[in-house]
Design a protein around this ligand. Structure first.
Ligand code: ADP
Length: 522
């Protein structure tokens, strides 16, 4: 019976399992690729936003540089340069310096406020310029190529407090004017961000992002589109013009990371669910196919089993009938014996045919039970009266143990008789060498029971699960050396179920079996 199953498994695996597993692996792979792509697109978008903030800060600084250049253009060498208006107009602009080289030997410096000590400021400025000499020198090269670069040179420290830290931007002046070669713009970074850029940042954030400007020196938030913790874990980009500062941006509400993570988790869960459903479906298909094939196999075994079982009595009957017909037997005793055999074999045939008829009624749900109040010991006694001869004739010894006298039950008597006969019949058929049977009646809780115990071949664990199935016979049809149809126990079970009873079985291979029918007491 096991033959076709590996084939089905292979087919199921090839048709369903391999594609499903490959699809899952492919999906999981492409899922992470998709996520990488989404992340990249998102990061690029954030980058673009931060770029535009930087662009506006550049525009602002360039507007100052242009104003300075314009003043230098319009003013003659003798008249005084006056940047006061410009300094007053721009909150964040603290000072403007014009110089010829980084040593500041020749220079002009213009402050917004007088409070700043000119000398110490200049010395800090000089320090900065000297360390950045290379960068300053390169500016000329850029200019020769037609590009006036605004070079951020970081802060010039005037004490510990932020207020006095100005950021320096240097650019090259036009060659045709006679004043100086370079100009420096000194801006207060915090004001620059708060006043020059805040509106722009707010507009860019569109309520969808949180953008923050952070002072990298102490990681404090200088400005943010909404209240933000200092350790904002967003994408970071440096301020082009303020090297100590950086911009950070995150998606409002959930971060992209969590969104992507959530999407991935949902997708993976869906895939797992899909696969589980598929596996469950496959298992069901496999189980049903398995059952259908088993049944088909059992049916074909059944046909050969029934043919076998019918053939012996038929040939015996025809043989003895022929002999009798020919009048060859003179001895009356012998004749009687032959008639008896014919009778017995005819009964056996009738028994098989009845079993099949009852089974087909049971299958068509047409078996009708007529319940009456009966006494179980009585029923068992009657069965044994009929079977006694049969048992003895086959060299069986049996014992009947009645644990209780009165076992009233509400049953269809012929059906219960049929069930008990089936059990005794099986006990005889599967007894092997040990021909002793014990029949017992008694009560167990709400039930009255009759049990049939043999000391025969027993039933394996795996067969126990199937012997009540229709057509099922332990072992293979052909090699089964005891005749049978595989219908007996399924009939017994049907009868017991119709009586709302139970059937239990204690059996081990080689150690005999005890079948017990339990019927509710009245
Ligand atoms: P049949 O006896 O006609 O094959 P049954 O439905 O009565 O069909 O029994 C089903 C199977 O259960 C039998 O083929 C046999 O293998 C096993 N079986 C039933 N009763 C016994 C028993 N008393 N001892 C061992 N095996 C049994």
């Amino acid at each position: 019976m096991k033959g076709p199953f590996p084939k089905i498994s292979v087919v199921l695996i090839i048709v369903f399992l391999i594609p499903a597993v490959s699809y899952t692996v492919f999906e999981i792979n492409s899922l992470s690729e998709d996520e990488e792509m989404i992340k990249e697109i998102y990061n690029n978008q954030l980058d673009a936003i931060l770029f535009s903030v930087n662009q506006s800060s550049n525009d602002l600084a360039e507007s100052w540089s242009k104003k300075i250049l314009a003043q230098l253009d319009t003013i003659s060498k003798d008249s005084d340069l006056d940047f006061r208006k410009m300094l007053e107009e721009s909150w964040s602009l603290n000072a403007i310096v014009l110089f010829n080289d980084v040593t500041l030997k020749e220079c002009g410096i213009y402050f917004k406020s007088d409070t700043i000590t000119r000398d110490s400021y200049l010395s800090q400025l000089k320090k900065n310029l000297l360390t950045n000499r290379g960068k300053v020198d390169k500016l000329k090269g850029f200019m020769e190529n037609g590009y006036r670069k605004l070079e951020p040179l970081g802060h010039i420290g005037l004490g510990e407090r932020n207020f006095y830290i100005d950021n320096l931007l240097v650019f090259v002046l036009d060659q045709d004017q006679d004043f100086f070669q370079y100009a420096g713009i000194l801006i207060h970074p915090q004001y620059f961000i708060e006043q020059g850029l805040a509106a722009k940042i707010q507009a860019i954030s569109q309520e969808k992002f949180i953008i923050a400007a952070i002072n990298g020196l102490d990681n404090s938030v200088v400005y943010a589109t909404e209240p933000t913790p200092d350790n904002l874990k967003g994408q970071k980009r440096a301020f082009w013009l303020l090297p100590d500062y950086y911009l950070s941006i995150i998606l409002k509400g959930k971060t992209m990371e969590t969104l992507v993570q959530e999407r991935a988790t949902t997708n993976i869960l869906l895939l797992i669910g899909l696969n589980l459903a598929l596996f469950a479906g496959l298992w069901l298909v496999y189980r049903n196919l398995n059952k259908a094939l088993q049944l088909a196999q059992a049916k074909s075994d059944f046909v050969s089993n029934v043919s076998h079982e019918i053939r012996t009595p038929l040939s015996l009957i025809s043989m003895f009938a022929e002999t009798l017909q020919m009048n060859r037997i003179r001895d009356e005793n012998k004749k009687k014996e032959y008639y008896k055999v014919i009778g017995q074999e005819a009964n056996r045939l009738a028994g098989i045919v009845n079993k099949i008829l009852n089974f087909s009624k049971m299958e068509a749900d047409k078996r009708v039970y007529h319940f009456k109040n009966e006494e179980l010991n009585n029923i068992v006694d009657d069965v044994l009266k009929i079977y006694e001869y049969h048992l003895k004739n086959n060299d069986f010894v049996y014992e009947i143990i009645k644990q209780q006298d009165n076992l009233p039950v509400h049953v269809d008597r012929p059906a219960i008789e049929e069930a008990v006969i089936n059990l005794i019949d099986n006990a005889m058929k599967y007894s092997g060498e040990n021909n002793s049977i014990i029949i017992k009646t008694g009560t167990d809780g709400e039930f009255a029971y009759v049990s049939v115990k043999d000391h025969g071949i027993g039933i394996s664990k795996s067969d126990k699960m199937h012997i009540f199935d229709k057509f099922y016979r332990a072992g293979k049809g052909e090699i089964h050396n005891t005749k049978g149809t595989g219908l007996g126990l399924s009939l017994v079970k049907h009868i017991v179920d119709a009586h709302k009873g139970k059937i239990d079985l204690i059996s081990n291979l080689g150690e005999g079996s005890t079948f017990r029918i339990l019927i509710p007491k009245i």
